[in-house]
Design a protein around this ligand. Structure first.
Ligand SMILES: Nc1ncnc2c1ncn2[C@@H]1O[C@H](COP(=O)(O)OP(=O)(O)O)[C@@H](O)[C@H]1O
Ligand SMILES: [Mg+2]
Length: 350
């Protein structure tokens, strides 16, 4: 296989990836490289810029979210990772292998064993039962029937669908169908899971539950999840890191709180203005460090301000603990409110 020497902690690396849709992408590429915008390229050549010089490093074992409005290039980006789309220019390295140099058989193996995908519209096989849908990828891989059914049953239980093994997809709600889609991807036990607007079709409450479950699963399984959404709140809730796309180009990449606290441009400020900042900011960032009296209620340092707010109904202080559960500081309601107000663009500190 085509091994590329790379940082072993990296799951996915994209370098200068550009995708232009149309008959003569190279001539449109030349215009784009002369700093023409997506709309100028489209007006002059009729070609559509899908991605514009995207470079990203996605570390192993994190939830990396690509966020952007409809048409910003999110699906185009994720489809490069399993090479459903070939780029016009650029390089894509996944788990140290050059995806663009893979032969067809390599690519087939790669799609089966390295990257699994969860789709927005679930993509289930209608005439198969839930368990056969979940086991499908294993069947394609040649896993024996007994083993694949056993493994599928385990993942069905993990996503909370025990009892529905023999149901058909159409007998399930949207949220349940998406759990089947997730179980099917998890059953493949790939290191990387690609999720393209996987929760966008779900009702808000169901969606929120799925987000919590995804974060829990990621923590226990340690997979790399590349997650696409147009919803900034969703990105803030689940992401370890976020890249914001506009017109196919990355506007900003960083930790959720970096993006909320230091938006790189006006486009991102517009998103930030609308979001729940308490969700984006971790307690760690704003706690008072030091040894205080032991607090009755404590949260880990990576809790979000949003999670802490309810405690203030009854307590003045909430303790903050390190990984070993030792109290390393505290927060007050006043401190959190101060932080949220200060971080509103144009208010307080500049
Ligand atoms: N097969 C295609 N042919 C032509 N244009 C396309 C094709 N696929 C996507 N596009 C265009 O590329 C841009 C990015 O699309 P897409 O990646 O689907 O955006 P998103 O997923 O963020 O909504 C859009 O302008 C879209 O119209
Ligand atoms: Mg899309």
């Amino acid at each position: 296989m085509h091994d590329v020497k790379t940082d072993t902690n990296l799951a996915i690396r994209m370098r200068g990836v550009t995708k232009i849709f149309g008959d003569d992408p190279q001539s449109a590429l030349a215009l784009l490289q002369k700093d023409k915008s997506k709309s100028e390229v489209q007006a002059e050549t009729g070609h559509v810029v899908g991605l514009d010089n995207v470079s990203l490093d996605i570390a192993r074992g994190q939830i990396f979210v690509v966020m952007g409005l409809s048409g910003s290039g999110k699906s185009t980006l994720i489809r490069h990772v399993n090479r459903l789309i070939d780029p016009t220019a650029g390089e894509i390295i996944v788990e140290g292998r050059d995806v663009l140099k893979m032969s067809l058989p390599d690519l087939r193996t790669y799609r089966r064993n390295t990257v699994a995908m969860v789709f927005q519209k679930f993509g289930l096989l209608p005439h198969r039962s839930v368990i056969d849908n979940v086991a499908y990828g294993l069947e394609v891989r040649g896993v024996s029937k007994a083993e694949r059914l056993e493994r599928a049953a385990k993942w069905i239980e993990t996503v909370g669908l025990s009892g529905y093994e023999q149901s058909r997809p159409r007998q399930l709600s949207g949220g349940q169908q998406q759990r089947v889609g997730l179980a099917r991807a998890l059953a493949l036990d790939t290191d990387i899971i690609l999720m393209d607007e996987a929760f966008s079709a779900l009702d808000p409450l169901i969606r929120s539950g799925m987000q919590d479950q995804l974060v829990d699963l990621q923590k226990s399984l340690g997979k790399t999840i590349l997650f696409i959404t147009h919803d900034f709140d969703e990105a803030l809730k689940i992401a370890d890191r976020i890249a914001v796309l506009k017109d196919g180009a990355v506007q900003q990449e960083g930790k959720p709180e970096d993006i909320v606290l230091k938006p790189a441009n006006e486009h991102i400020e517009e998103f930030v203005r609308e979001v729940n900042k308490a969700r984006a900011i971790h307690v760690r960032t704003i706690m008072e460090r030091g040894s205080f009296e032991d607090c009755e209620y404590k949260v880990p340092a990576d809790a979000r301000c949003e999670d802490v707010l309810p405690y203030f109904a009854e307590h003045q202080w909430v303790g903050v603990t390190d990984d070993d559960g030792k109290q390393i500081g505290r927060v007050t309601a006043k401190r959190i409110i101060g932080a949220l107000a200060r971080y509103t663009p144009g208010v307080g500190e500049s």
